[in-house]
Design a binder for this molecule. Structure first.
Ligand SMILES: *Cc1c(COP(=O)(O)O)cnc(C)c1O
Length: 397
């Protein structure tokens, strides 16, 4: 056939060799659609009679391989099945799950100290669509129970644990049991932990969300998100439908970057925990540090709870500098080695001063109510040699 074609046609067509062995690495299927061998195959795949790919917004082999890996990690060691879909960002994952779960007139029960984007999504996107969000203190389950009794339209409890900026933890098992007794679904943003440190399904949570941009990728080179659910039918029908019809799907390139990062997840998480624990203890001894928030410190209010539901304390910590805003700004200016960047979970140590960066436009009283004080510094502790992190932070203080 090649002999009969003109120059331009040879440019356009690929004559893929049918080979008998597989590529060693996951191929990047940079294709919008999938061709059929013949009409019958196309009809069978379209009608669902046969498995197969159609169009990359619906599904793609690179993306699906990576999503299945995350589902396997979240259910590791558990006797349950789960389905995962990958999204274009953590926010796309969060919004798609909620679009699939609530409708006008429903209510969501959540906590005050969520990732900022999530709070804004609830207030600025869901609220005008008729979905009310109730913010509650989850350290008191009696209070949560009273709210569930009072608000009959709560359809979803949405959690983050540990949460910014104080690394406060929520009793996942306690909330899951309570939610089940009210026939309410539970979802958790597990970005800070990854399934290596915390498997929410173990405690009865229904949906797990990740900004895979962070620790799961670990190298800061792509944006993506994931939703994992144990109700397979709900995932295949409702969540997939939202992804497909709103177009919040991931792409093969970002999924591939994520997959590359996940190959070292266990090694990285062990090192993140070890370095963060060392930095937390180092900071605690410094007289210019008023307070350190890290779950493996006995001074942390959720020390026991974190030990029960997490395998390690993770790479995130925050601390309060004596001298407030001015000393925090000076500290940031003196850093030589650590990176100043508004993300987390990468291999390098990332430091932010929320009061002058991410939260600079939020009124002081409002940010202080969620723990963002003038002297608060947040650190995403990297996997470098810990001596270099301690020296840089110590000298900057
Ligand atoms: C970054 C982040 C998000 C949002 O994820 P994107 O990938 O940036 O959309 C959600 N939750 C948490 C905890 C995050 O850190």
């Amino acid at each position: 056939m090649k002999k009969d074609l003109q120059f331009g046609s040879l440019c356009v067509h690929d004559f893929t060799k049918k080979i008998n062995n597989h590529p060693h690495q996951l191929p990047i299927y940079a294709t919008s659609s999938f061709a059929f061998e013949n009409l019958e195959q196309g009809m069978d795949i379209f009608s669902g009679k046969k498995e197969g790919y159609l169009y990359s917004r619906y599904g793609n082999p690179t993306i699906e391989t990576v999503a299945d890996k995350i589902a396997n990690l979240e259910t590791f060691g558990l006797d349950i099945e789960a389905k995962c879909f990958l999204f274009s960002s953590g926010m796309a994952a969060i919004s798609s799950l909620l679009m699939a779960s609530v409708k006008s007139g429903d209510q969501i029960l959540t906590q005050n100290n969520l990732y900022g984007g999530t709070t804004y999504f609830f207030q600025q996107i869901l609220e005008p669509l008729g979905v009310e969000t109730i913010f509650a203190d989850f350290s008191n389950l009696e209070n949560v129970k009273a709210l569930l009794e009072k608000n009959k339209n709560i359809k979803m409890i949405y959690l983050e644990s540990p949460a910014n900026p104080t690394l406060a933890c929520v009793d996942l098992q306690g909330v899951a049991v309570l939610a089940q007794s009210f026939d309410v679904k539970t979802a958790i943003d597990n970005t800070f932990c990854t399934p290596y440190l915390q498997q929410p399904f173990r405690f009865g949570i229904d949906f797990v969300i990740h900004s895979t941009t962070k620790f799961l990728n670990g190298h800061g080179n792509s944006i993506s998100g994931a939703v994992i659910g144990r109700d397979i039918d709900f995932m295949l029908e409702k969540v997939w439908k939202v992804m497909k019809l709103i177009g919040t799907n991931s792409n093969a390139m970002d999924a591939w970057m994520l997959n590359n990062g996940m190959k070292t997840l266990e090694l990285r998480m062990e090192r993140h925990c070890k370095n963060a624990d060392a930095l937390a203890h180092f900071l605690q001894k410094n007289k210019k540090v008023a307070h350190v928030n890290y779950p493996s410190l006995e001074s942390h209010p959720d020390y026991e709870l974190a030990k029960k539901q997490m395998r390690g304390s993770g790479g995130m910590l925050s601390f309060e500098l004596e001298g407030g805003f001015d000393s925090a700004v000076k500290f940031m200016e003196r850093l030589q080695f650590c990176t100043i960047a508004p993300t987390l979970g990468d291999v390098d140590t990332l430091i932010v001063h929320p009061a002058s960066m991410s939260h600079m436009n939020i009124p002081k009283a409002e940010r202080e109510a969620v723990g963002i004080t003038d002297g608060l510094i947040r650190v995403s502790v990297g996997i470098e040699n810990v001596e270099d992190i301690l020296r840089d932070v110590g000298e900057a203080i």
